[in-house]
Design a protein around this ligand. Structure first.
Ligand code: IYR
Length: 214
């Protein structure tokens, strides 16, 4: 077990409070600046993501970070096609109503504008050398944990994210040449907010609303 730095309980509380305060500044952003972000920053954030706990330590997450303009554009075209069908036909009225306060629609210019798109995949199963399927344990939980760490790391690095879920996401396998044992989980849009970026006026639940202590 690697040694942790010694700390008093008061220091623990203070550090936890500082982290909670910092994370409370995170907002999901939909208007990005085209300002570039160095690949080295993205790599460090992905290192943090790769420390997540996972079922049987199988580390089933796979990340594909895209800054290539042409590939981003292909992703935009494919995502917008799915989104048009979602907003115009597939989405039930109640879902559209739930989304209304966020002001989302089928246009996804951020997929061209933001400097990085990180497509997150998980292994549904692994394929051994003979092409036999090998079980993966808790892949959804594991990839969710890794993605949470990634979002926190990107925020700590001073970057903004959008957790984008075009549905279905099979087009990501095709464009990004991922094998059939990998399933797209979500698409993280990463960069700096546009100068005039505005975010919806939403509130977070107070601790008491989502926590009980016994
Ligand atoms: N995937 C669509 C719709 C959408 C769904 C949810 I749930 C959101 O929180 C936001 C949007 C889109 O990206 O517009």
């Amino acid at each position: 077990m690697p040694a942790r730095e010694p700390m008093t309980d008061a220091e623990r509380e203070q550090r936890a409070a500082a982290f909670a305060h910092s994370m409370a500044q995170r907002r999901t952003v939909r208007d990005f600046a085209s300002t570039p972000v160095p690949r080295a920053v993205i790599e460090q954030c992905l290192r943090a993501a790769g420390t997540a706990p996972s079922g049987a330590n199988q580390q089933p997450w796979r990340f594909v970070a895209v800054s290539d303009r042409a590939i981003k554009h292909r992703i935009r075209e494919a995502a917008e096609a799915e989104e048009r069908s979602f907003y115009e036909h597939r989405a039930p009225e109640a879902w559209l109503q739930a989304l209304a306060p966020l002001g989302t629609d089928a246009d996804k210019p951020f997929l061209d504008v933001a400097p990085w798109l990180i497509a997150v995949f998980y292994e549904r199963f692994a394929l051994d050398a003979e092409g036999q399927k090998e079980k993966r344990y808790y892949p959804h939980e594991s990839v969710g944990l890794a993605t949470g760490l990634l979002i926190a790391a990107l925020h700590q690095a001073g970057l903004a994210t959008l957790t984008h879920t075009p549905s279905p996401m099979g087009f990501l396998n095709e464009i990004l040449q991922r094998p059939r044992n990998e399933m797209a989980y979500l698409l993280l849009v990463v960069g700096h907010p546009a100068e005039d970026c505005r975010v919806p006026d939403i509130q977070r639940l107070p601790l008491e609303e989502y926590t009980r202590f016994f």
